[in-house]
Design a protein around this ligand. Structure first.
Ligand code: 4AD
Length: 484
């Protein structure tokens, strides 16, 4: 193209061109650079290709003749090395600034990276004052420090790795369900039921002027959902397998390392089952399939956590994947805890709720692999759990999955499908008026069914070994904190 333009210039001999115009023609005539993401440039960029990358400066090293930069655009943990003549240096080119670089890809003499970009042009798109910027070049900031900057922490390597892992794990879970014939249902965020019956609801009302004087906006009290289970149960009257994956809300006044006021939950419901084993199989298969996918597709990102945040965690994850998950009943769990010489803050007896300290002890006792605890005391479980009709120790067909480092990861149960038993339980809880529709489900083509929910943030904590749940969600919400 440049040649064509040059010919045109020769054909018009009376026009004398300045060097500036010539450079403009040269620039215009040069092939438009191909825009590539950093990950594309690193993995499949053609040597000699004229490319453009856009991203943020992660390191800058000016030398006498050359300037070295690392630019990252979030597409991978790896940054692209840029080599430029020091003439291209600019006082605005600082750590954290946003840049657009054009140049040609060439083989890198550095063995750590296959290619580097020889820059022709560097444009600073967004300045960043390195003195005020809370993250400093070459410093490895801890998760607790970066948590103070929810609006900026995605600029750090560790948090951008977390966000890529989160994204990949979400896709892996979706794939698992798709490949196994489950239909995804978009269950509502606003609901009029309290599925868990624990009263941990956030009320939804219009604010300000829209507030109706004469009653509720929805005519009934409405809340943010604590679980999509009951809506999935509606669907399990027409589909043999359904799932939902979305935000869930609990007004738990807890500052613990495993509780949030808003978290993501994966929930599945399986029809035509009378066995907890059908549910534990889905939980175990989903856990394995998602984890294997994440380890294979986010290897560098996961490795960053396993090397710098929780050394030794990779071995723990490999051990979890190698062995079959254990299964014990609640009664066996209580026996194990009662026999233990460990002094628990909460003493144990048959009928007590399991606390985190108990869950962690049980996991250790079973060889630090995930453990299913089945058949909980009937009175500990919500109205929907299926009565095992056993005595004297009255239990429900419910199951929790406990995992190393975290404790409870999943909670599920068979659902009470027998109308008489369900009606009696609802009446006992004073719920028969509001759950008429739920009883209806048992009247029209009802089938035995069951399901479970898995806390997505706890899953990430478990595979990455992250101690605090606030470090695995982009914008954590918990009591007394709703930043941004
Ligand atoms: O055990 P849960 O309360 O079970 C249910 O909500 C059922 N209705 C699910 C179902 O059967 N469809 O919650 C399920 C999981 C827990 O095991 C835990 O991992 C997570 O959700 N979870 C939380 N995660 C973060 N913060 C909180 N406040 C959580 N509460 C529960």
């Amino acid at each position: 193209m440049f040649q064509t333009a040059a010919k045109m210039f020769v054909l018009a001999p009376n026009v004398s061109l300045s060097r500036g115009i010539l450079l403009s023609i040269r620039h215009y005539c040069k092939k438009t650079p191909t825009k590539l993401r950093v990950s594309e440039a690193l993995s499949s960029g053609e040597l000699g290709a004229n490319i453009k990358v856009q991203g943020w400066v992660r390191s800058i090293r000016p030398q006498k003749e050359n300037l070295f930069l690392h630019v990252n655009d979030g597409s991978s943990l790896q940054s692209l090395q840029i080599v430029a003549s020091s003439e291209l240096n600019d006082p605005l080119l600082t750590f954290g600034s946003a840049v657009e670089v054009t140049g040609s890809l060439k083989e890198s003499p550095n063995r750590k990276q296959p290619v580097e970009l020889q820059a022709d042009q560097i444009r600073v798109v967004g300045e960043c004052n390195p003195v005020d910027f809370p993250f400093k070049i070459k410093e490895r900031h801890g998760l607790e420090y970066i948590r103070q900057f929810p609006h900026l922490r995605c600029r750090t390597n560790i948090f951008s790795s977390l966000l890529r892992i989160r994204s990949e794990a979400t896709a892996a879970i979706q794939s698992y369900f798709k490949e196994n014939g489950f239909v995804q249902i978009h269950t509502p965020v606003i609901t009029s039921n309290d599925c868990e019956g624990a009263g941990e609801l956030f009320r939804v009302e219009p604010s300000g002027q829209e507030k109706e004087e004469d009653g509720n906006f929805f005519s009934v009290p409405a809340f943010l959902t604590v679980s999509g289970q009951l809506h999935l149960e509606v669907m399990s009257g027409a589909f043999s397998g359904v799932y939902t994956f979305g935000p869930t809300f609990r007004a738990e006044n807890s500052q613990s390392r495993r509780h949030l006021a808003e978290f993501y939950m994966v929930e599945a419901e399986v029809s035509f089952t009378q066995s907890l084993e059908d549910l534990t199989k889905v939980m175990e298969d989903m856990f394995r399939s998602a984890t294997e996918h994440v380890l294979a597709h986010c290897a560098e990102d996961v490795d960053l956590f396993h090397r710098h945040v929780t050394p030794g965690q990779r071995d723990n994850v490999d051990a979890m994947l190698k062995r079959k998950f254990s299964v014990i009943t609640y009664s066996e769990a209580i026996d194990i805890l009662n026999r233990s010489s460990h002094k628990f803050a909460f003493p144990t007896h048959w009928g007590c709720d399991l606390q985190t300290e108990h869950e962690k002890h049980l996991v250790k006792h079973c060889g630090s692999v995930p453990v299913f605890v089945t058949d909980y005391p009937y009175d500990l479980k919500p109205f929907y759990a299926r009565d095992n009709q056993d005595r004297p120790k009255h239990t429900a067909a419910a199951v929790d999955l406990l995992v190393p480092g975290v404790g409870e990861l999943c909670g599920g149960s068979l659902r009470e499908e027998r109308p008489d038993l369900l009606r009696a339980r609802l009446a006992q809880a004073g719920l028969e008026d509001s759950y008429g529709w739920y009883l209806d489900l048992r009247r029209f083509g009802s089938v035995p069914h069951g399901g479970f929910g898995m806390g997505f943030e706890r899953y990430l904590q478990c595979i990455l070994g992250v101690d605090n749940i606030k470090d695995v969600i982009p914008f954590p919400r918990f009591s007394h904190s709703c930043l941004l």
